[in-house]
Design a protein around this ligand. Structure first.
Ligand code: FRU
Length: 528
């Protein structure tokens, strides 16, 4: 896997080959089922607000669709270890995008290979003829990855295949004619197919990542695919992964644009891996946009492979997605024992036009508010130095909303600090002069499990152009998600303190930090 450094790459590869001595065959292992026991999901660092597998390794979200009252979430899953290995599709289901039920593994490796990332669509009109009009099939598109081929340097070890479900997503059958898109050009990185219906040309469009670009294919039936075009940035040789393509209305208007999401494996704003997007046009043949307009969906280090749900009802109309809340730089060595990795909160995307520019805003889905418990309201505050916020909320399971009075604030830097009794801390600081927000997790744990993780203070641009700036912080046992001005900027960062953060304070340097409309909500666990 070229995203990992050489040593890690060798180690993982070695383990994978060992485990696959007899090929990528089915190993009937199932995820632990959701348990209602109040002792479950209480291990150190276990998120209480975010989806995690009950046990073992998880990376990218895959194949998400809505059907018959349920949101389905599949994910890259290795059931035999807490590090990456031969991939399966794990499966979970939710009625509200917040409370998840773990389901048995949906798609297993087979003789063609392991099951890498991809999408799923509800084939409403049974174009594939794999179902019936009454029971439309759900078609998953994924990459078959053949380790033996990779080892033999065949270069065509990644191919696109499909599986289908005739019972709304529980049982999956592999299509007999797999792969549906062979790797005839022998492209080493050729993966992560995601499909969308293109209404104007009445055909399915598949987008996949092909090393440093994406390729588009078209099909009338989700089985027979024809290459139509590709899209990349001249001179850019970063590895692209997990693309997504969908139409979206500009908020408050009838103007439609097409969004192309691509996750990028290096040179993210704060190093490592991150999700980016382009806003443009898609005419059924090619995607066009101003290349320079590549933007970051999230400025933090921990929102990768973000993709959207298919088949969200028209009357709902939202564009909903989720990302993997980690970074390949350190994902496999974070200090959790039973499982590794969480998803971000499910988010709603909005396309916003400002002057002639377009941007995606993202914020937690509105259903998230149902987790709110007791709220503590604070009067207007003028902070000089440090003020600890006291109230009936556990800091590491809370949501803090406030507005900064930008004009009245005179401090050079001001922000919020999370701490525990061991002197470990994380801070979110704003700097009006530098026009930046800084997230400093360099002191978030004494256990320095990864050099990369603790190396840098992370930053994002903020214009401070409004009189009041809205800040929303969602704090879980092992993460903070920051949403500025309704999601115009989002920033996701994970952390692993030796004990949970139990103190939240407001801090300012050289002046006052003025805050209005300040409210902390205690949040209920999604596992209870
Ligand atoms: C992204 C990724 C995908 C691939 C999967 C393998 O994180 O590298 O490109 O399909 O993970 O687990």
């Amino acid at each position: 896997m070229s995203r990992l450094n050489a040593m890690t790459k060798l180690l993982i590869f070695g383990i994978a080959i060992f485990l696959l001595a007899f090929g990528c065959t089915e190993t009937k292992q199932e995820t632990a089922n959701h348990t209602d026991s109040i002792d479950a999901y209480q291990e150190p660092h276990r998120p209480q607000l975010h989806f995690t597998p009950a046990a073992n390794w998880m990376n990218d979200p895959n194949g998400m669709f809505y059907y018959d009252g349920s949101y389905h979430l599949f994910y890259q899953y290795y059931p035999d270890s807490t590090v990456w290995g031969p991939m399966h599709w794990g499966h979970a289901e939710s009625k509200d995008l917040i409370h998840w039920k773990h389901l048995p593994i949906a798609i297993y490796p087979d003789s063609i290979g392991c099951i890498f990332s991809g999408g799923a669509v509800v084939d409403v009109n049974n174009t594939s003829k794999l179902g019936t009009a009454e029971q439309p099939p759900i078609i998953a598109t994924f990459t078959h990855h053949d380790f033996k081929g990779e080892k033999a340097k065949s270069n065509d070890f990644q191919k696109q295949s499909i599986a289908y479900s005739l019972d709304g997503g529980d049982e999956w059958l592999k299509y007999k004619g797999n792969p549906v898109i062979p790797n005839t050009e022998k492209i080493k990185d050729f993966r992560d197919p995601k499909v969308v219906w293109h209404e104007a040309s009445k055909q399915w469009i598949l987008v996949l990542a092909a090393y440093d670009k994406v390729k588009f294919y078209a099909s009338p039936n989700l089985i027979d695919w024809k290459f139509i075009s590709d899209f990349g940035i001249e001179g850019d040789n970063r590895l692209w992964e997990c693309p997504d393509l969908f139409p979206m209305k500009v908020a408050g208007t009838n103007e439609e644009k097409w969004v192309l999401i691509v996750s990028i494996q290096k040179e993210a704003p704060n190093e490592g891996t991150a999700t980016s997007y382009f806003i443009g046009e898609f005419n059924g043949k090619a995607f066009e946009c101003e290349i320079e307009n590549q933007k970051w969906l999230d400025w933090g280090t921990d929102n990768y492979a973000f993709v959207t749900w298919n088949n969200v009802p028209k009357e709902d109309g939202r564009i909903l997605g989720i990302g993997w809340m980690s970074n390949w730089q350190y994902a496999q060595i974070v200090p959790t024992e039973k499982w590794r990795s969480a998803m971000t909160l499910p988010r709603e995307l909005k396309l916003v036009k400002k002057a002639s520019d377009y941007a995606l805003h993202s914020s937690p889905v509105q259903e998230f508010q149902t987790l709110r418990g007791k709220s503590t309201v604070f009067d207007e505050m003028n902070i000089v130095g440090e003020k600890v916020l006291e109230g009936s909320f556990p800091v590491s399971q809370s949501e803090y909303n406030f507005s900064i009075d930008v004009e009245k604030t005179t401090a050079t830097t001001f922000g919020v600090k999370l701490q525990n009794n061991l002197g470990e801390s994380l801070s979110v600081e704003f700097d009006k002069k530098e026009k930046k927000m800084f997230v400093d997790r360099t002191n978030s744990s004494k256990n320095k499990f990864s050099e990369e993780f603790f190396k840098n203070i992370h930053a994002a641009p903020i214009d401070f152009e409004k009189e009041k700036m809205d800040v929303r912080l969602i704090i879980d046992a092992a993460s903070i998600e920051i949403f500025i001005n309704g999601g115009a900027l989002s920033f996701t960062s994970i952390f692993f303190p030796s004990e949970k953060f139990n103190k939240i304070s407001l801090v300012s340097e050289n002046g006052t930090f003025n805050i209005v409309d300040s409210k902390v909500h205690a949040l209920n666990s999604i596992w209870r």
